[in-house]
Ligand binder design. Structure first.
Ligand SMILES: *[C@@H]1O[C@H](CO)[C@@H](O)[C@H](O)[C@H]1NC(C)=O
Ligand SMILES: *[C@@H]1O[C@H](CO)[C@@H](O)[C@H](O)[C@H]1NC(C)=O
Ligand SMILES: *[C@@H]1O[C@H](CO)[C@@H](O)[C@H](O)[C@H]1NC(C)=O
Ligand SMILES: *[C@@H]1O[C@H](CO)[C@@H](O)[C@H](O)[C@H]1NC(C)=O
Ligand SMILES: *[C@@H]1O[C@H](CO)[C@@H](O)[C@H](O)[C@H]1NC(C)=O
Length: 309
């Protein structure tokens, strides 16, 4: 899985009302994780009645052509959907689990920030589309990670499964408007993604899991790749809803992904830098499908860069 992502992945849905407290951003990582996890548990779906109709209520698709609508995915910094938005076409259904991003400290590449300290958060695991093949034939679903930062906005990591040989069904969304969206973002060139599929990892490399800024040189990987941990598989002949298969294999304590990173665009060296360990069961829920928001990072990747904060 690569960090390449489409801007519509995190699209949104209107919950009745926001449930997070006004002082949410000032809380500890553990407090934020507990608040959102409690919402997941409170809105969990009955497993015999998992929603699967598609399309589910979505935003008017013409909105996809509007840069000011699309730009929210980079600008809205909260962990809940902005009011008045619906999650849409891609990845509408998922399971959410508590997770720890556990980094190995033996990296020779000296990545900084969250790639060094790790952190805690949520992982949302879905298929790219509800009509995807049964999971057994593709244990490479879409995964988005949210890492909570005490006193600061969360940092998210978007991953899409490798689509080699399967056709790229994201091209539908790679529209002129998305490029306009990116160009419309505030700030200088480095404050905007290179393109809708290439999200920089600079923001995640700039802050430590304890909420302090990285001081000195910020070293961000060019690519962050999740590889299913050895031995993890769902039945290849399954005709189950993918969520039931995931729930069957993903338990508290499961190492779900190994994290590999490449340091620069043309580097061929992939280094194992950490792992994603589940801290809970995985739960399909209304809040996980419609309430949690995963902002995409806007800051572009740059070569090891001195921190002037
Ligand atoms: C789940 O749905 C089944 C079938 O409709 C029903 O028997 C059961 O009571 C429901 N369970 C919960 C927890 O709602
Ligand atoms: C969708 O949104 C566009 C732009 O706001 C509007 O012109 C159109 O009528 C809407 N369509 C529906 C079905 O709501
Ligand atoms: C780094 O540590 C991890 C976890 O202990 C281990 O699996 C990996 O092989 C180590 N890598 C190197 C290069 O020593
Ligand atoms: C940490 O970095 C951010 C920019 O990402 C900056 O706005 C903030 O002032 C910095 N905080 C400290 C304590 O230096
Ligand atoms: C990486 O390779 C591409 C294609 O050869 C080249 O255009 C690009 O400049 C290279 N990037 C760097 C940072 O060297």
């Amino acid at each position: 899985m690569t960090l390449l992502a489409s801007v519509v992945l995190g699209s949104v849905f209107a919950l009745a009302s926001a449930v997070l407290p006004a002082n949410y951003v000032t809380l500890t990582a553990e407090e934020k994780q507990a608040l959102q996890w409690n919402q997941v548990l409170a809105t969990r779906y009955n497993l015999s009645e998992l929603p699967s109709t598609f399309p589910q209520p979505t935003d008017n698709l013409t909105l996809l052509g509007m840069p000011e609508y699309l730009a929210q995915i980079f600008i809205h910094t909260g962990d809940e959907m902005p009011a008045g938005r619906s999650r849409m076409l891609i990845s509408p259904f998922a399971v959410v689990c508590k997770m720890e991003y556990r980094t190995f400290k033996n990296s020779t590449t000296r990545y900084t920030g969250l790639f060094h300290t790790g952190g805690i958060g949520l992982i949302r695991i879905s298929l790219d589309a509800i009509y995807g093949p049964p999971l057994g034939s593709l244990f490479s679903p879409t995964a988005v990670l949210k890492i909570y930062i005490p006193g600061k906005i969360s940092r998210n990591l978007h991953h899409i499964k490798d689509l080699v040989g399967q056709g790229n069904n994201h091209n539908f969304f790679l529209t002129r408007e998305q490029h306009h969206t990116i160009q419309s973002l505030p700030g200088d060139a480095l404050s905007r993604p290179v393109n809708p599929y290439t999200l920089g990892l600079f923001e995640q490399a700039s802050v430590n899991g304890d909420g302090t800024n990285v001081s000195g040189v910020i070293v961000a990987p060019w690519e962050h790749r999740l590889q299913p941990h050895a031995g993890l598989a769902t039945p290849s002949d399954s005709t189950n809803d993918f969520r039931l298969d995931l729930i069957g294999v993903l338990k508290a304590g499961t190492v779900v992904y190994d994290v590999h990173a490449r340091q620069s665009e043309n580097s061929t060296v992939k280094e194992l830098i950490g792992e994603i360990v589940l801290q809970s069961e995985c739960v399909p829920s209304k809040y996980g499908d419609e309430g949690v928001f995963f902002r995409q990072s806007a800051q572009q990747w740059r070569a090891p860069h001195h921190n002037r904060f």
